[in-house]
Design a protein around this ligand. Structure first.
Ligand code: SF4
Length: 435
């Protein structure tokens, strides 16, 4: 039996116990269903166990030598390589991805740029108000979950931050007020007690709610009598009082605040509101924790920032990061790429058909541990170990705390870690004839 970290989601729970004889993971204790699935994926039916190359329209088993040589051939032919994914691999693999993108003058991005990875950049401009899970567990008296369903997306988050007893006081759940802001009655509402606040807002009314609180701060607490954003005056008042009087309030931000239909940047406006609240706060402070799903989405932002000075969407030219700020979407839309290397993600499923079809039409290499829509359309598939289970490395938890992942069992015999695969590609490119 040993304690390990679960890499099933960005909470990176470090209190999981596994029993293993070295070959398989026999038992898992303490993980949620999603985490259990991560450990079970070692023997999943859709596991990729051999390199594959497309021949006559069909993927066929190949040797590593054949698959890597063909990959190098494609990279050498490419003038505009696109590297994408990297949010379910370790920081060490992300760094190798950066080095590769720099070497081949590619554009590199991760899922974080179309998710909450942008928050880091916005927070640099509006003022940093991040906090950690330890603060949430030990000191928080107000927990706001805005724009996501924690009970299903980060299954143990509520257990940890709402139902825990703080180190510095004898009380726990009884002094924590929970606020959930969502247009639908999500499963997380099931944890409500008498003091909690359910804000079932109108769809696409987050901006109206943010602006209403901002206006109230400027007028000494005046809130519209008719309510706002589908919330009545009494509930608005309770929310406002909790925000302005909490000793340690934390707003967990979800993907609902990335709403493309919103006319303003909701994350930016919310961060401005947090700064206004903190200027008005007499007793304590309000902080934020953006909640992304993939276990090391934040790692990519940190690695990218230290490598290039930008936290995502980096375009290299003459082996240097340029000032250009293309996005993954604009790059694909304009057809500004002629080859893709996808690492640990499934863009063919996630992107709209107008974009995924463009990606599928150009040479495509995938590094992943399981079959997906993207591997089914790829020209080359390189099988990778499941990081945090079959390979070790560093990852950043959703509160920006670095966590060390351990290797628990060996990967299947013909499978390599993401770091080994990317290092091998880099090494082959530096041999004579490389670019
Ligand atoms: S909450 Fe996330 S990290 Fe924790 S056990 Fe579940 S999947 Fe794993």
């Amino acid at each position: 039996m040993k304690y390990v970290v679960c890499s099933g989601c960005s909470l990176l729970c470090s209190d999981i116990i596994v029993r293993t004889g070295g070959l398989f993971i026999d038992e898992v204790y303490g993980a949620c269903e999603r985490g259990k699935e991560r450990f079970d994926s070692v023997t999943a039916k859709n596991r990729i166990t051999h390199p594959q190359i497309r021949k006559n329209g069909k993927l066929e088993k190949a040797t590593w030598e054949e698959a890597l040589n063909k990959t190098i051939e494609m990279i050498r032919t490419s003038k505009k390589p696109l590297l994408y994914g990297f949010s379910t691999v370790t920081c060490e693999a992300q760094l190798k991805g950066m080095e590769l993108a720099q070497k081949i003058n590619g554009f590199i991005d991760s899922n974080s740029s179309i998710c909450l990875g942008k928050t880091l950049k916005i927070a640099r401009d509006t003022g940093l108000t991040f906090t950690t899970l330890s603060e949430a567990i030990n000191k928080a008296d107000l927990l706001v979950f805005w724009g996501f369903n924690p009970a299903e997306s980060i299954p143990r988050l509520l257990n940890k931050v709402v139902f825990s007893r703080g180190r510095f006081r004898m009380t726990g759940r009884e002094i924590k007020t929970v606020v959930i802001i969502d247009p639908i009655k999500i499963a997380s509402f099931g944890i409500f007690q008498i003091r909690d606040i359910s804000l079932q807002i109108k769809p696409n009314a987050d901006a109206e709610l943010i602006n209403t609180i901002k206006a109230a701060l400027e007028t000494g607490g005046e809130l519209p009598l008719e309510g706002a954003a589908g919330i009545d005056n009494a509930e608005l008042k309770r929310f406002y009082l909790n925000l302005t009087e909490a000793e340690n309030g934390i707003i967990f931000i979800g993907q609902g605040l990335l709403n493309p239909l919103a006319k303003i940047n909701l994350i930016e406006e919310l961060l401005k509101l947090v700064n206004m609240l903190n200027k008005n706060q007499k007793r304590g402070r309000i902080s934020i924790i953006p909640v992304g799903g993939h276990y090391n989405m934040l790692g990519f932002n940190h690695v990218a920032l230290s490598f290039s000075g930008k936290s995502h969407s980096i375009k290299f030219q003459d082996n240097k990061a340029t000032d250009e700020e293309p996005t993954l979407i604009s790059t694909i839309q304009k057809g500004d790429f002629d080859f893709s290397l996808i690492v640990g993600t499934d863009p063919i499923s996630h992107l709209p058909h107008s974009l995924s079809s463009k990606m599928a039409a150009k040479p495509l290499v995938v590094i992943d541990n399981k079959f997906s829509a993207t591997t089914h359309l790829a020209d080359i598939v390189l099988p990778s170990a499941i990081s945090g289970v079959e390979s070790a490395g560093l990852a950043f938890r959703l509160d920006n705390v670095p966590i060390e992942l351990k290797k628990i069992v060996n990967p299947p015999s013909n499978v390599r870690s993401d770091v080994e695969i990317l290092t091998d590609i880099l090494t082959r490119l530096t041999t004579p004839g490389g670019r």
